[in-house]
Write a protein that binds this ligand. Structure first.
Ligand code: ZN
Ligand code: ZN
Length: 147
């Protein structure tokens, strides 16, 4: 599954769930399709709002997000502002988001930097990364706030 802006078909969403041995409930499918269509990571409240017309219980959507996260289909991003955000992982992912994220320090907006790679290059042989990068957050001013 490639994360794209186009709609994920019902069949594709089902096969994602089947791939990890999960039952295909309407809520799980709706959450997967919703996250797939999003251009930035979504908060649980944002998913509830987006799926409002389907009449799911709020707690059902929250539980689906947690279950999908546990199954490795969805990653939970902790970007340090205390807001939980979720996004769909590509199929062959190692469990972390495959692109960096940008956060505007003025308006708090978070955007996926799809198509970007961030690599740490030591300036000397002694330079050693303090750990393994799993999430990269770039902070700055978004186009709206910079002008
Ligand atoms: Zn901004
Ligand atoms: Zn993202």
């Amino acid at each position: 599954m490639i994360k794209g802006r186009q709609q994920l078909t019902l069949e594709a969403a089902r096969s994602v769930l089947r791939g990890v041995g999960m039952r295909c409930t309407a809520a799980r499918i709706a959450v997967i399709q919703c996250l797939n269509a999003a251009e930035s990571p979504m908060t649980p409240v944002g998913v509830v709002d987006a799926l409002g017309e389907y009449g799911f219980d709020k707690s059902t959507i929250y539980r689906s997000l947690t279950e999908l996260n546990g199954a490795g289909i969805v990653v939970r991003l902790d970007l340090g502002d205390g807001v939980r955000r979720f996004e769909l992982l590509p199929l062959e992912s190692d469990g972390s988001s495959e692109h960096p994220h940008f956060m505007c320090i003025d308006c708090g907006k978070v955007v996926c930097m799809s198509g970007f790679d961030v690599e740490l290059k030591g300036r000397s042989k002694k330079a050693r990364a303090p750990g393994i990068m799993s999430e990269v957050l770039v902070r700055g001013h978004c186009h709206d706030c910079a002008t």
